[in-house]
Structures are given as C-alpha cells and as structure tokens.
Design a protein around this ligand. Structure first.
Ligand SMILES: C[S@@+](CC[C@H](N)C(=O)[O-])C[C@H]1O[C@@H](n2cnc3c(N)ncnc32)[C@H](O)[C@@H]1O
Length: 247
C-alpha cells in the first residue's frame, strides 16, 4: 500500500540538493543518534561473513559511506542504497565513488527491488516515506532495522509548533504500532530532546532544503519566524529518536 503521506522524493531536485550540500559543509551537531545508527549497523555487519545492508531513502549515501569506512569484510559485503529522486541517486553515486562496493539504485521504498529475507541490516535515516512491511519482507530473520527520525517537533521545536498545520510529521507511535504488527523478536525506542542554537540564516536554509514545512514560502514564512525571536541566535528543542528492531 502506498503511503498516506505524499512522497518527498520530488522535493529533492538539483536546487534543493545544492542547498543541502552547501549547508552540510559547515553544519556541526552534538546529536549522537546518527553515530549510534551507524555503529549499531556496522557492529552487526562485522559479526557476519558476507554481510548485506540496505539503506532506504539513502539521499547522498551518507550512511553507506560511513558504514563502508568501518567494515572489516568490505570485499565480501553487499552495500545497497535506494532513493526515488533521480538527482539524489546521481549525487549518491558521486559521493560513494571511493567505495566501489556500494550500489545505488533508483527505487521506491514502497516496492524494494530485492527478494524476501535478503538483507542482514536495513537502515533508514530520515526517510518518512517508507513501508514497514517492505522492510520486514527484505530483512532476514534476526536481521536489524535501524531507523532515525524526528518526533512530533520534527527536530525544530518552536518552528513546528508555529507552523503545526503544515509540518510533515508522523507520530513515532504510528511507526511503533506498524512494527509491532510484524511481531519482531525485539524492539527498542529511544526519544531524545536537546537544545540547539541556530542563526536565522541556518533556519532558512534548513527549511529550504528539507520538506519540514509544506509549501515553505521564504519571504512570508521567514517574516513570521523572525517575529518570534529577538536579535541573535535562536535556541530550538530538537527531538531525534532511534528505533532498533530485531526481526
Ligand atoms: C530527508 S532525506 C534523507 C536522506 C538521507 N537518508 C540522509 O539522512 O541524509 C529523504 C530522502 O528520501 C527520499 N525518498 C522520499 N520518498 C521516497 C520513496 N518513496 N522511496 C525512496 N526514497 C524516497 C528522498 O528523495 C530523499 O533523498
């Protein structure tokens, strides 16, 4: 079944991807959930003789690149990333070029082009458009699904509350219920909250490069955002969560 949420893949065109690249050249974060996602995935893969990992909604292939750096048996492993945006696929192929074992495919998270029980690990970093059933189908028994997203604040506290009718957000409980329907052997959910300081320019760049607020209008919406704050940086509550599932 297709998601009830519209796909964000169309959003990731040349313009937004260039903004993304620029933003991440200077971005630093104290959020450890991405590091955790990568180290949990890598530990599992390193325990296997011929490990196979799939990263859904792979974007520029960041997760696979990080995993590849720390993989013991890289030659015997299979690293696959899928994304529905042709521009992102191009970007990922360039970004992952140092690791020639990484395969990037243009494909839909709702129809993963692999056989049942194929992968040892499936990762998903910030791709809200995906099918839990498809993840369970392609994952081996005992395999891991590791998922990082943002909670009801969509990582942007006061901004999400201000634009609540236009925020692309899914309650983590919905994911958890869908996962539970597949009777996993085990599952862990960790919700984090931390304060992060942004300049107004950084906020504008984030909203322009990620579909957090639907139909973001830079002129009108930045006026509202600027009116919320006095001079100086903006401190925002970020709310990443991590779900780790054993099939
Ligand atoms: C927020 S980005 C995350 C990219 C990457 N995982 C990261 O964390 O940097 C979401 C990605 O999911 C992709 N996407 C959206 N809907 C998709 C779908 N139905 N199937 C595959 N990819 C999809 C988008 O094109 C985009 O690259």
């Amino acid at each position: 079944m297709k998601s009830i949420y519209s796909s964000s893949a169309d959003f990731y065109n040349k313009k937004t991807i260039n903004s993304r690249d620029k933003f991440f050249q200077t971005y630093t974060t104290s959020d450890h959930t991405t590091k955790d996602l990568i180290s949990i995935a890598t530990d599992k893969l390193n325990s296997l003789a011929q490990p196979k990992i799939l990263d859904i909604g792979t974007g520029n292939g960041f997760v696979l690149n990080e995993v590849a750096k720390n993989l013991n048996k890289r030659k015997k492993s299979e690293l696959v990333g899928i994304d529905l945006s042709p521009e992102m696929v191009k970007r990922a192929k360039t970004y992952c070029a140092d690791y020639n074992g990484i395969i990037i495919l243009e494909a839909d998270n709702f129809s993963i082009p692999f056989a049942d029980n194929y992968f040892d690990v499936v990762t998903n970093k910030l791709s809200t458009n995906f099918s839990v059933s498809e993840v369970f189908r392609v994952l081996k028994k005992g395999g891991l699904f590791i998922f990082k997203e943002y909670g009801l604040l969509k990582g942007m506290g006061v901004i999400a509350e201000t634009f609540k009718d236009r925020v692309n957000v899914i309650d983590p409980v919905i994911y958890l219920k869908k996962i539970r329907d597949h009777k996993p052997q085990n599952m862990m959910y960790s919700q984090f909250y931390f304060e992060k300081s942004y300049t107004k320019d950084e906020i504008r760049n984030i909203l322009a490069m990620a579909p957090i607020i639907r139909d973001f209008n830079e002129k009108k919406d930045m006026k509202i955002i600027k009116s919320l704050f006095a001079e100086g940086n903006i401190t925002i509550t970020s709310d990443p969560f991590l779900i780790v599932v054993v099939k």
